[in-house]
Design a protein around this ligand. Structure first.
Ligand code: SF4
Ligand code: SF4
Length: 427
């Protein structure tokens, strides 16, 4: 991001306040400093030098931002809040204002979550030592909140299940050739979603390639202001996919990853070697729901999945993952696909576009606000009486399921849309 572009972005806010009711932290606190407009003022002052990163209030209010980008959706002036925030966070990181232990823990957390082997080892140890809870001292260290409680992690029976085959042929007539991003959290915690993605794509006439060289897309680093690392990861991912140049699309089933990958052109705009490659890579990135909607669903379906007895409609709702609804402006495609499932009683979720509080590493670094937003989301879910909650991002899947488990409601199923579609395939 060039300085003049950042200045232009900052100046584009006209302070109208129309974004305030869309902001989860403003909804919870009612505080201007925890609203998009208030944060934009802080970030402008930070840029102009009238406020310093050393000012604890600046860091506190910017750290409390979820990066959910609901304010972008609401803003009539097109303020690119997400990229302004990333630049401001990069500046705060560079100023090294956090206590050494907290900074080191954040770095360790980002490294662990973006390396599937490390994440698997850390989660296995968590399972063995605490039965699947991140202990309170670890959360206190990360958040600096002395009152922070431990948090449950919703661990699957199998961590890091095997990756789908390298090549899966299209069923019937081949309509497209696509690659699939396997991701980090998705691969470790929800590996079955990757297999379901491949199955659903193949059933709809796609030849599917899952290359083994791919690593992290860099989304967690970018959203936390570690831009240089995110750029390095983006270059590696572009290189990993380059042997498959003839792909019609690069399919992503994780909203946060897809959102950043569509912005690779912008992320690497200043890199002479990669700028063009990044643009053409980004142009091929599609969320799995977006792609299936674009391509047109053709695979026969049998019945809606669910735990009720056959014939009883399954009550289902949908939570909009922030980086799908706000980062990519995709809302209708997943709903249209879920509407294909027979025997479903559909209930729209109130505040479905309000963040659930997961937000990458936010639930570990800002546990108090994360829990408030999780509680708000759970209340809305319970009001629908749904037994199935569909959502398209691993963080939301894990965080909402953990909340339901803590409330003694583990039977409400939180599941990726492609899994429901894969279960309903008639083959
Ligand atoms: S970000 Fe947009 S909606 Fe919010 S105050 Fe600025 S111009 Fe208005
Ligand atoms: S990104 Fe989300 S939390 Fe942050 S200011 Fe915008 S709406 Fe509020």
């Amino acid at each position: 991001m060039t300085i003049s572009q950042h200045e232009k972005d900052l100046m584009s806010c006209v302070h109208c306040g129309l974004c305030l009711p869309a902001c989860p932290t403003y909804l919870e606190t009612g505080s201007e400093a925890d609203s998009p407009r208030g944060r934009l003022v802080l970030m402008r002052k930070l840029h102009e030098g009238t406020l310093s990163p050393q000012d604890a209030d600046v860091t506190r209010h910017l750290d409390l931002c979820l990066g959910c980008r609901a304010c972008e959706t609401a803003c009539p002036s097109g303020v690119p809040y997400g990229r302004i925030l990333e630049t401001a966070r990069e500046r705060i990181n560079a100023a090294d204002v956090r206590p050494k232990t907290a900074a080191l823990s954040r770095w360790g957390l980002l490294e662990t979550l973006t390396h599937p082997k490390l994440m698997t080892a850390a989660l296995t140890a968590t399972q063995m030592v605490t039965g699947g809870n991140v202990p309170a001292p670890a959360i206190r260290l990360l958040s600096g909140d002395p009152a922070a409680r431990g948090q449950s992690v919703n661990l699957p029976e199998t961590l890091s299940p095997p990756l789908p085959p390298t090549v899966t042929p299209a069923a019937g007539i081949k309509r497209a050739r696509v690659g699939v991003l396997t991701g980090c959290a998705m691969r470790v915690l929800f590996g079955d979603v990757n297999s379901d993605t491949v199955r659903v794509l193949a059933a709809n006439g796609c030849e599917v390639l899952v290359n083994r060289r791919q690593g992290c897309c860099g989304a967690l680093h970018a959203h936390n202001g570690s831009i240089a690392q995110a750029q390095a990861m983006a270059r590696d991912l572009i290189d990993a996919f380059s042997p498959f140049d003839g792909l019609d699309a690069i399919i992503v089933n994780s909203a946060g990853c897809g959102s950043l990958m569509k912005e690779y052109g912008q992320l690497l705009a200043g890199d002479e070697t990669y700028a063009l490659k990044a643009e053409s890579f980004a142009a091929k990135v599609r969320d799995v729901s977006e792609w299936l909607d674009e391509l047109g669903w053709v695979a026969p379906l049998k019945e809606a999945p669910g735990k009720e007895s056959p014939g009883t409609p399954v009550t289902m709702t949908y939570h909009d993952a922030c980086h799908l609804a706000h980062g990519q402006q995709i809302r209708e495609a997943p709903r249209s696909l879920l509407a294909l499932l027979p025997n479903v009683r559909w209930v729209e979720l109130a505040e479905s576009e309000v963040c659930c509080g997961s937000a990458g590493i936010y639930n570990l670094t800002q546990p108090e606000m994360a829990r408030r937003l999780q509680g708000r989301k759970l209340e809305n879910i319970l009001a629908t009486e749904a037994t199935v909650v569909a959502t398209g991002n691993p963080g939301c899947l894990a965080w909402i399921a953990a909340g339901l488990k803590e409330r003694g409601l583990p039977d409400v199923r939180v599941v990726h849309p492609v899994t429901l579609l894969a279960e309903a395939l008639d083959s």
